[in-house]
Write a protein that binds this ligand. Structure first.
Ligand SMILES: [Zn+2]
Length: 292
């Protein structure tokens, strides 16, 4: 292993100092660096990813289903005020569970997933040439997996200028890295760890604004994007949070939350027809949305 102790930050390009040496998957040694300007934390070198992704979803990811349920609730609330004609895309969508859940809630979501079988989101691949740019892109638990964060972010921006995503930020209490539950040293899939500053720096490079929406939900988008004005529970006082919580409970008691009609029946009818005409693999769930 090299003895270089200064590296260029993968986000802002400033000097990053080595923070610690870590052991990944119980056997691969690497250095952990932290940028002195934006506090982005990253590993270098990274040489174990083939092994780490033998199973696309690590057996340690016990939160997979719970996360999809919570994410669907959160994103549904956030996107509800946007026009129903907008299409959305989930980047690194894995099994496609989130995309299916969002379609079941009436949002036309497509998927980008080059690595695994998209079991629950067939026939809704994202395609900018065909559908135009998307209203927003979601990336749930993706950013911490990216060995080349700028290149991947650029790719996300080809789909949409509004990037709505989850990733955990390294706590201010700064626990020893290996003891932090999110370090992922046991499965080796987490290699990039953001701070508010690094996400701000990332957005700035592309002329975009960063907004923290909750402890682990973030938004990078143009300053005038509709989502930038969405109410956030982050940054308000405990007292105000309590009042908001209470008023939500009262609202819930007296009014049914407005829900969009599910796309499930429509999607099913279309796919049934496609199977009958022998063209299921050439069918796209949103073909009627095609421009031109
Ligand atoms: Zn930096």
């Amino acid at each position: 292993m090299s003895d270089i102790h200064i590296m260029k930050c993968k986000i802002c390009g400033d000097a990053s100092k080595s923070l610690s040496k870590e052991q990944v998957l119980g056997k691969h040694f690497t250095n952990l660096y932290e940028c002195q300007s934006c506090n982005f934390i990253f590993m270098d070198p990274i040489y174990w990813l083939d092994e780490a992704y033998q199973r696309p979803i690590t057996a340690l990811d016990l939160g997979y289903v719970e996360r999809n349920l919570r994410s669907a609730d959160f994103v549904e609330q956030l996107l509800a005020p946007l026009p129903p004609s907008l299409l959305f895309v989930d980047y690194g969508g894995g099994t496609g569970m989130f995309v299916r859940m969002m379609r079941d809630r009436g949002f036309r979501f497509h998927i980008v997933e080059p690595y695994t079988e998209t079991t629950f989101a067939n026939n809704c691949e994202a395609n900018v040439d065909r559908f135009g740019r998307y209203g927003a892109l979601t990336a749930i638990e993706v950013f911490e997996h990216l060995p080349n964060p700028i290149a991947s972010f650029k790719e996300m921006l080809t789909f949409s200028s509004a990037i709505l995503f989850t990733t955990e930020l390294y706590p201010n209490s700064r626990p020893a890295f290996g003891t932090w539950w999110y370090s992922g040293l046991e499965h080796g899939q987490h290699v990039s760890f953001h701070s508010e500053k690094s996400l701000e720096a990332l957005g700035r490079q592309f002329g975009l604004k960063y907004k923290r929406l909750s402890s682990n939900w973030h938004l990078i988008a143009p300053a005038d994007h509709a989502l930038m004005n969405s109410p956030t529970k982050w940054g308000v006082s405990k007292w105000r949070r309590r009042v908001t919580k209470l008023s939500h409970k009262v609202k819930f008691l007296f009014s049914k939350p407005k829900r969009r009609p599910s796309l499930l029946q429509e999607d099913y009818r279309l796919m049934r027809q496609a199977f009958r005409s022998g063209t299921p693999e050439h069918t796209h769930l949103d073909h009627i949305w095609e421009e031109g």
